[in-house]
Design a protein around this ligand. Sequence first.
Ligand SMILES: NC(=O)C1=CN([C@@H]2O[C@H](COP(=O)(O)OP(=O)(O)OC[C@H]3O[C@@H](n4cnc5c(N)ncnc54)[C@H](O)[C@@H]3O)[C@@H](O)[C@H]2O)C=CC1
Ligand SMILES: O=C(CO)COP(=O)(O)O
Length: 323
Amino acid sequence: MIGVIGGGAWGTALAQVAAQRSAVLLWAREEAVVEGINAGHENALFLPGCALDPAIRATGDLAELAACDLLLVVAPAQHVGAVLAAAPVGRIPLVLCAKGIEAGSKRLIGEVARAVHPDAPIAVLSGPTFAHEVAGGMPTAVTLACEDPALGEALAARLAVPHFRTYATTDVIGAEIGGAVKNVLAIGCGVVEGAGLGQNARAALIARGFAEMTRFGLARGARAETLAGLSGLGDLVLTCSSTSSRNFSLGVGLGRGESAATLLADRRTVAEGAFTAPVLHDAARDAGVDMPITEAVCRLLDGAAVGDVIGDLLARPLKGEVG
Ligand SMILES: NC(=O)C1=CN([C@@H]2O[C@H](COP(=O)(O)OP(=O)(O)OC[C@H]3O[C@@H](n4cnc5c(N)ncnc54)[C@H](O)[C@@H]3O)[C@@H](O)[C@H]2O)C=CC1
Ligand SMILES: O=C(CO)COP(=O)(O)O
């Protein structure tokens, strides 16, 4: 049986995919989500309007996950450590699906999981995957990263269904960094949209943002081809071009001059980039990597005026395109 830890939009969509081939037990934090899935086969809080496979069973009791032989970890990045610490994992393989970097510790999610459950094999699933499209059966492709190639291929085969293609790699760090960094850049692209700065600016931000992602990724041991793949460039393009992205939408609000505090207050859904941006900025400084767009997003989240931040970005000294 496959266990899913997290009953947000993405955990629910992944449960829907997994249910095509396996029994699925989904742990959700909210009682209303557990009841809604078990009684009405719908997650009205986080994935409304999607008829779920009746075979998906939900629970509010983490202990029940001990019966699973594979766990998909889909809590928001900042909560993965706490949720995993309370889960009966032992040696059950973990597929990490959150996109972010832990604030304070500056750890990638793989490091967070390894610290709590050192005996559990770890893989990362990431890519351009809006939950509502995946749950609706629309064609989607993801990266499945695992340092152990045999386990990675077995997991990729187990999680794939015809509309959900998994591409295996051994580059776990590359898959993690792409997913974490693209959320920050998506906020930046949203700002461009909200402030009406035009399509040229958006394309420039995607390309220069990808350069930033690549510099940081290579400094941390990622492989360039992973960053240019589904979990990096693929997801960057998706979330930098659609208001279906919570991060892009947050940026649109910032670009219109609304404050981050107002935009983030009382949100039920997560915009991971808002939490990752400051810790990514710190981690980049530690690694000696220049990330001007990430820095600009941090300033905007801190309340700086859009005009000032864009003016400073454009006033930077000219440099060569590569390097
Ligand atoms: N929604 C999407 O299309 C995709 C999301 N992801 C990633 O999946 C992760 C989860 O995101 P979503 O499922 O979209 O969440 P969501 O925004 O739909 O729902 C919020 C989730 O946060 C959980 N939560 C809130 N406070 C918590 C706490 N204190 N402890 C534990 N959990 C808490 C809620 O229970 C709920 O599951 C994120 O890292 C996101 O970047 C990845 C791919 C696609
Ligand atoms: O990661 C995602 C799609 O791949 C979802 O993006 P948002 O979190 O910005 O909505």
